[in-house]
Design a protein around this ligand. Sequence first.
Ligand code: ADP
Ligand code: ADP
Length: 235
Amino acid sequence: MIKIRGLTKRYGDFDALKGIDLDVAPGEFLVVLGPSGAGKSTLLRCINRLCEPTQGDIHVDGQRVTAERASLRRARRQVAMIFQHYNVVPRLSVLKNVLTGRLGAMPSVASWLQVFPRRDIEIARECLRRVELEEKAELRTDTLSGGQKQRVGIARALAQQPKIILADEPVASLDPKTSRTVLQYLKQASRELGISVVCNLHQIEYAREFGERIVGVSGGRIVFEGGPDQLTDEV
Ligand code: ADP
Ligand code: ADP
């Protein structure tokens, strides 16, 4: 579903990624584990070209991703994102936030106010059911807890009906109990809908609990690859 070859990313004279080769299978839940500054976020952002690679090739669902408009649009339709700080719109209702997932990668402010087709609303409500927030649909999103906001983030990603979800430290702002709940929702949706997930984490215990496969990144390189059982505390 994702094929990355020889990916490097340089910021000025600093190499954030130093030659990454990585494959992600359809429906796989892959954890990218590494300390802060390892290059995890840069890696995810290169996949949908939020960040322009310095070198290397990225294929998403068999098609090479380039900076051309058509290619970008295609990649961003298939790839949804979940962010550490949720990136929800606080004043909008939960349902409207999820509906923005129906609008493509980067909706304009005006588009949040549009009237949505009934079909989109059904899809959004179905996604809210998956994260068990259907009762909160009409509430303003800033009335929710952090964990609930991230579940809105998951529902918004699902509403995009993507093939791939990239989750960049989705639980880094949450306490352990809430973190596990949020990761559980994400993993379950991935399994039931066959969506490939690449999830950046820095906590080894969550990687072990949730990763079907784990890729350890340090200093811009892949330093470990294996199943949760092979993950030792030194990684
Ligand atoms: P992680 O997600 O693992 O914390 P990042 O991909 O965010 O790592 O960052 C990797 C390295 O690249 C860090 O040292 C960071 O300071 C640097 N970096 C990230 N973004 C930029 C940028 N826009 N300009 C310069 N350096 C950056
Ligand atoms: P943050 O660092 O606050 O998490 P980013 O800088 O990573 O935010 O996000 C860049 C912008 O891209 C955000 O404003 C976000 O809303 C937008 N965005 C959201 N979803 C996507 C997507 N699927 N593809 C591209 N951009 C997206």
